[in-house]
Design a protein around this ligand. Structure first.
Ligand SMILES: Nc1ncnc2c1ncn2[C@@H]1O[C@H](COP(=O)(O)OP(=O)(O)OP(=O)(O)O)[C@@H](O)[C@H]1O
Length: 729
């Protein structure tokens, strides 16, 4: 390997040229000195970068009596290398000045300065020290690895700079050498150069420089970080590398470990670290590891450290007992804590593989539990269900149901592992046997089931990435780990789920996050500890947000101004919005006797599943370019017994919108909400209202509205429509 002759070509570095005047301004006339090297001071400064003011370090190459050819050469070498070799673990070059013999290199500033200032700082943890070691080894691997490898020749703790996140950056390339890879011999003959304490003894003796000399120096830096002292100082004139090697060979390194961090070091991490540090210091350079190997071994030492420091703490306290209960505890015995955490978060099979427990290792350790469908009893003819094995299931077997309209699945199970005092949702987990794609992750399924003596409906299933679907059945708070859960699943809506067969995986108990429910909303039911009340309360009344209502010319349209934002509110009576085809009678019209009502005539729906709303909203009655909500104002007559299920709203004029919207005319059970805000609200005038549509008024003459409302189960008989209100958001 030969030394590259530096034919310094300033032209291609012109973009980095900085004038002396700019350097003077950036350092405020060399106001703050942050270090000193052999050739001069290092000053702090600031330049304006793309992301605002950027702190810089300005290294001066002084021209004084001592400044000789060496100074000139080192300036050019450092400039050349930093210009060509860019890496996150090499200090970044921002620019240079070479003007009238004024020579400066401008670097990114490493706010924590040299590692030498921190080795005896006990707040620099073992983990951080390992990461610094890894960074330096990565930087060296980069320098040593390319087509033209660089031998640094000056690796020591002064030349390892630290960013404010303790990221390490190698600096000071003045005496470095670039070698050509094509050469057969992997060394150069050179005047031996090095820093006392870090100097490869082999190179010092024979003058043959190879990459392994840097590895030796790296080994010394690793020892410094372990021992909490620098390799060479006025106080410590002994050779740290020799000291560590001797102690290592005698099995007494423990005596040298820095007391400030000794207690935090995980023994396995120390063993791995010591081994690689020792190997770096071998006298025989052929035995020393490559930088990439140092990276690998230090990463192992870090893994051992973090496995205890981070991952052990994340495991559930009773993890050993849980593993003991698993089907095959042996498979967990050699796993690291990190791998165990992964197993726990994916789920561990317990109780003969019939229960799957998963623990959230990144949160507060909440547990989810799934009980296999093979534990349920199937009252129907055996021909209607089969236990089969499918891929992508937590369990070995799932149950295939042939007739979804007549499920009759009796579930009587005991949970074993739930976290007490957490709100849980109990879900049926199933999937359609024929793979289907849904336009939204919410699918209307209408599961009918019996829980706590009540017949209930869960209308929607959510679909996960793996096509398993979950239907929430109820919410409860367990006060102990094991609770009895009993439910009879009756049917899924054949009309909307098709005649398709399903695989049932089990019942999944999962903590409900971000719930703002007050404890009063829970009531006791048999079987489970506490179950959410079936229905939401109608809650507070909607306050009237507008002042006086004005009747427009034809006495039917109403107009008002919102108190909140002074924009127009607009109301249209049922007569003007309900669409009635000439051949099918949909409504009974009634005039209102109550003089206080703003609507004069209302429509009561007769036995139909669908009705339509169509009108042109005149923009003159709205505020332009404003977002509006459209509320249907209604009442349910005494005779109305239906309308418990969600009603689908289709925006007929927006056919591209595949996602259906649903609204409720009666307040749904919480589990049926799924974030849907289109629920009825009681108004101060005694009527009810529900948001049906949202739109922007734009700037045209009118906004067309055409909505089709369809009830999925039963009819809408007894729904009395008063009109619609458009309110600015
Ligand atoms: N980019 C920088 N950010 C922060 N501090 C720096 C930076 N560059 C240098 N320093 C500080 O200035 C000191 C001197 O740096 P410099 O590279 O000139 O000298 P050195 O490391 O002593 O090397 P030598 O004398 O062998 O050239 C460093 O030890 C460090 O504390």
């Amino acid at each position: 390997m030969h030394i590259f002759l530096f034919v310094f070509q300033e032209t291609h570095k012109d973009s980095l040229r900085i004038s002396f005047e700019d350097i003077r301004l950036a350092t405020q006339n060399f106001n703050t000195k942050i270090g000193r090297g052999r050739h001069g001071n290092v000053y702090q400064g600031e330049v304006l970068g793309v992301n605002g003011p950027t702190p810089i370090a300005v290294k001066q190459y002084e021209e004084n009596d001592d400044y000789d050819e060496d100074g000139e050469r080192e300036f050019l070498t450092e400039l050349e290398i930093l210009f060509e070799y860019k890496h996150e673990n090499i200090i970044g070059l921002i620019g240079y000045c070479n003007e009238d013999n004024k020579k400066f290199l401008v670097f990114e500033q490493a706010p924590y300065g040299g590692l030498n200032f921190h080795v005896d700082n006990d707040s620099l943890t073992w983990t951080e020290r390992l990461k610094i070691g890894i960074d330096v080894a990565i930087g060296l691997d980069f320098l040593h690895g390319g087509d033209s490898p660089v031998i640094h020749r000056g690796i020591n703790s002064n030349n390892i700079l630290l960013n404010d996140d303790w990221k390490a950056k190698i600096t000071d390339f003045g005496v470095s050498l670039i070698a050509s890879i094509n050469d057969e011999i992997d060394f150069v003959v050179d005047h031996a150069y090095g820093t006392p304490g870090y100097f490869d003894p082999k190179y010092r003796n024979d003058g043959f420089l190879t990459r392994e000399s840097d590895i030796y120096s790296l080994g010394v830096v690793l020892c410094e970080m372990m021992c909490g002292r620098t390799a060479y100082s006025h106080i410590n004139k002994d050779n740290l590398a020799d000291l560590v090697k001797r102690h290592y060979e005698e099995g007494k390194v423990d005596e040298l470990v820095f007391k400030g961090i000794k207690d935090q070091i995980v023994p396995k991490s120390m063993v791995a670290f010591l081994k690689i540090a020792y190997e770096c210091l071998y006298d025989e350079r052929e035995k020393r590891p490559k930088a990439s190997e140092v990276v690998l071994q230090l990463k192992k030492a870090l893994e051992f450290q973090e496995d205890i420091e981070i991952w052990e703490a994340k495991l559930p306290k009773d993890y050993k007992e849980i593993i003991h209960m698993s089907k095959n505890p042996k498979i967990y015995s050699n796993l690291s804590n990190k791998d165990l955490c992964e197993k726990f978060s994916k789920g561990i099979l317990l109780q003969n593989g019939k229960t799957c427990l998963s623990v959230k290792v990144n949160g507060n350790g909440e547990r989810s539990e799934t009980v296999s469908a093979t534990l349920f009893s199937y009252e129907n003819n055996k021909l209607h269900n089969k236990r089969i094995s499918i891929s992508n299931s937590r369990f070995q077997r799932v149950v295939k149901m042939m007739d979804i309209s007549d499920l009759k699945i009796q579930i009587k199970i005991k949970t074993q592992f739930l976290s007490p005092n957490v709100i849980y949702g109990a879900h049926l987990v199933f999937k359609f046997c024929d793979p289907r794609k849904f336009s939204s992750n919410l699918k209307y399924v209408n599961l009918k089931y019996k829980l706590g003596g009540e017949i209930l409906h869960a209308y929607f299933a959510t679909c996960g990435d793996d096509m398993w679907m979950m239907i929430e059945l109820c919410r409860f708070i367990p006060h102990k780990k094991d609770i009895d859960f009993e439910v009879l699943l009756e049917s899924l809506s054949r009309y909307y789920c098709g005649t398709g067969e399903i695989y049932v995986e089990g019942i999944h108990f999962q903590p409900i996050n971000n719930t703002t429910l007050e404890p009063e909303l829970y009531e006791k039911l048999e079987g489970v500890q506490e179950v959410l009340k079936s229905n939401l309360d109608y809650g507070q009344q909607v306050p009237v947000d507008y002042d006086e209502i004005n009747r427009l010319d034809d006495d039917e349209k109403l107009l008002s101004v919102s108190k909140a934002n002074e924009k127009n509110c607009h109301m249209l009576p049922a007569k003007m919005v309900l669409y009635e085809s000439s051949d099918v009678k949909c409504f009974n019209w009634k005039s209102l006797a109550e003089p206080e009502s703003r609507f004069l005539e209302v429509a009561e729906l007769i036995s139909h599943q669908v009705f339509q709303i169509r009108c042109k909203i005149e923009i003159q009655n709205l505020s332009p370019d404003t977002d509006y909500t459209c509320h249907l104002v209604f009442k349910l007559s005494q005779k109305c017994h239906g309308l418990h299920c969600p009603v689908r709203v289709r925006d007929v004029l927006n056919r591209k919108k595949k996602e259906f919207m649903f609204l409720y005319f009666r307040s749904p059970r919480l589990i049926n909400l799924h974030g849907n805000e289109k629920v009825p609200k009681r108004r101060e005038d005694g009527l009810m209202e529900v948001i049906m549509w949202e739109f922007n008024s734009g700037n045209n003459d009118h906004v067309p509205m055409s909505l089709k409302l369809r009830c999925y189960e039963g009819t809408m008989s007894g729904l009395i429509v008063y009109g619609v209100e458009f309110r600015p958001i």
